[in-house]
Design a protein around this ligand. Structure first.
Ligand code: 6PG
Length: 237
């Protein structure tokens, strides 16, 4: 695991621009099939809108999700809906390259099992090989309780090392059941990034960067990790 880099931006818009530049560069680093794992929540929306205006090689990009709320895709709480409205509805990405976590199932457990199967089909193997990361880039957010994806403090899912996706009980709003990728899958990447914005995240970010055992601090990606934060979250003047 490489050490993390911290990039501090004046404000949320500058953070979004810097993050979009980073995503564009990571895509350009791979001349073949690119696999991006998006995060949900509100922070990345501005960056997704910027990416929609960039000329990326969408024909060879695949989009996955690190977690999802167990709601219909048309529900305002859906991470996939947010990403569609901000990004994928506006770019020429083949529909077969969009891999939302299915939620039209009997429950999050079935959704997780179906998504694990889809990830394995895409990867072409049943187990992850450190020499062949699944994702080119994993985008992560951080809740003010220190969760990332839907891996919440104290949850058993934090210690799941076999399953690729599991059902998750929310530790905070929105309190809908979730589906989340597990750490081994989120860490199977050539690069990973966090986007953290706002004064409300300042205290938790300081705890995570100080190494306190919060879920976001546990992420140890195979590739380099870069934190994209604004001054408010960084507590910088
Ligand atoms: C989700 C996200 C979650 C998010 C954090 C931060 O489904 O909510 O995947 O991990 O990244 O909760 O959310 P905000 O960006 O809205 O603060």
């Amino acid at each position: 695991m490489e050490t993390a880099e911290l990039k501090i931006f004046p404000d949320k818009d500058a953070l979004a621009r810097g993050a979009a530049d980073f995503v564009e560069a990571r895509v350009a680093a791979n001349p073949g099939r690119v696999a991006l794992c998006l995060t949900g929540g509100s922070t990345p929306e501005g960056m997704y809108k910027l990416l929609a205006k960039r000329s990326l090689p969408w024909q060879r990009i695949h989009i996955f999700f690190g977690d999802e709320r167990f709601v219909p895709i048309g529900d305002p709480l859906s991470n996939a809906r947010m990403a569609c409205r901000a990004l994928t509805d506006h770019v020429p990405i083949p529909s077969a390259h969009l891999h939302p976590i299915p939620t039209a199932t009997s429950g999050p457990e079935e959704s997780a099992a179906l998504y694990e199967a889809e990830l394995k089909r895409f990867y072409g193997a049943e187990t992850l090989d450190p020499a062949r990361p699944l994702f080119d880039l994993v985008l992560n957010g951080m809740g003010d309780d220190g969760h990332t994806a839907s891996l919440f403090p104290g949850a058993e899912s934090l210690n799941e090392r076999i399953k690729w996706a599991v059902a998750a009980e929310p530790g905070m709003e929105p309190r809908v059941r979730r589906v989340t990728l597990t750490f081994p899958v989120l860490e199977s990447c050539r690069a990973a990034m966090f986007m953290v914005s706002g004064l409300g995240k300042k205290e938790t970010l300081q705890r995570v960067l100080a190494g306190e055992d919060l879920p976001a601090a546990r992420l140890t990606p195979q590739g380099p990790l870069t934190w994209f934060v604004d001054k408010a979250a960084a507590g910088a003047q």
